[in-house]
Design a protein around this ligand. Structure first.
Ligand code: NDP
Length: 275
């Protein structure tokens, strides 16, 4: 019988995950079906339980359910536990195993696809929501010189920085205005501002010479990307590679095989360019 997977969210119809996983399955010779699953805002747990009870094998979880998925799991990976958020569920013998592959996906896109070195770099993470939570530890694991978190709601940035700071590595949290006078080698936009074409109120000279600007939102030239280009960032990129890489990590967890992401990323880029 064909194994069934889906991405669950609200809204979810726009998701590229079915295309990505079907391309992975074809490449790896895996017999699976992957669809979208819309859950009512007050009905996430019931929708997950129904999917699992009907033989579903796993789910990707997207907005706004990543923290609810964390609470539903019976067994949580160390990286999902650290993030306090989950983007992958695997159903196994009545158990709900949970993982968070977002951070690994971002780091792999930066290092393997874009050739960007994180070690020794000054990093600025914009945003303090679920996506930011998921990438802090994986970024710190690469040994940056400094990590600063800035957010519109300043307290959230400060709390996140305090929560993830460790004896050997201190993370700073602040508001956008507090960034005046600082510059960074890698600036990651983990806010959802680009979804509504909103600009971030960032000070001038934030981008150091040779800086990399990374917007987690994909499929559009966002205001953040335009700001970065105008400010002289050398590499300006969207989050499509992160999307494909986090999907590959989920696929590995479910199927025990890691797909080759390069042809899938290439295909998606072509599809988006043709729109
Ligand atoms: P959340 O809703 O948890 O957090 C949203 C964040 O964006 C908050 O920090 C919020 O600030 C900030 N924000 C929203 N609007 C604005 C604005 N107009 N100006 C400044 N800040 C703003 O979302 P997530 O963290 O889960 O996701 C963030 C983005 O990352 C989404 O667009 C999502 O699609 C993308 N993403 C992409 C992935 C990929 O694979 N490429 C994977 C995961 C996420 P405040 O606290 O002040 O409200």
């Amino acid at each position: 019988m064909t194994d069934r997977y889906a991405v669950i969210g609200n809204p979810v119809a726009h998701s590229r995950s079915p295309t990505i996983h079907q391309l992975f399955a074809a490449q790896c010779g895996q017999d699976l079906d992957y669809s979208t699953l819309l859950a009512p805002l007050d009905g996430f747990a019931a929708t997950v339980q129904r999917f699992a009870a009907s033989g579903g094998r796993g789910l990707n979880v997207t907005l706004p359910f990543k923290q609810e998925a964390f609470r539903l799991a019976t067994d949580v990976s160390a990286r999902a536990h650290a993030a306090g958020a989950v983007n992958t569920l695997k159903f196994d013998d009545g158990q709900i195993l949970a993982d968070n592959t977002d951070g690994a996906g971002l780091v792999r896109d930066l290092t393997a696809n874009l050739g960007c070195t994180i070690a020794g770099k000054r990093i600025l993470l914009l945003g303090a929501g679920g996506a930011a939570r998921g990438v802090i530890n994986p970024l710190c694991g690469e040994g940056p010189a400094h990590l600063q978190i800035a957010n519109r709601t300043v307290d959230k940035a400060r709390h996140l920085a305090a929560e993830f700071s460790a004896a050997e590595f201190t993370i700073a949290g602040c508001g956008f205005a507090d960034l005046a006078g600082s510059s960074f080698d890698l600036i990651i936009n983990a806010t959802s501002a680009s979804m509504s074409d909103a600009s971030l109120d960032l000070p001038a000279k934030l981008f150091a010479p040779g800086a990399v600007a990374y917007d987690m939102v994909y499929g559009r030239a966002s205001p953040f990307m335009r700001q970065a280009q105008a400010a002289g960032a050398t590499v300006v990129v969207d989050g499509l590679g992160m999307l494909v890489e986090q999907a590959a990590e989920s696929f590995l967890l479910w199927r025990g095989v890691r797909p080759d992401t390069a042809p899938v990323l290439h295909r998606l880029r072509q599809e988006l360019a043709a729109r």
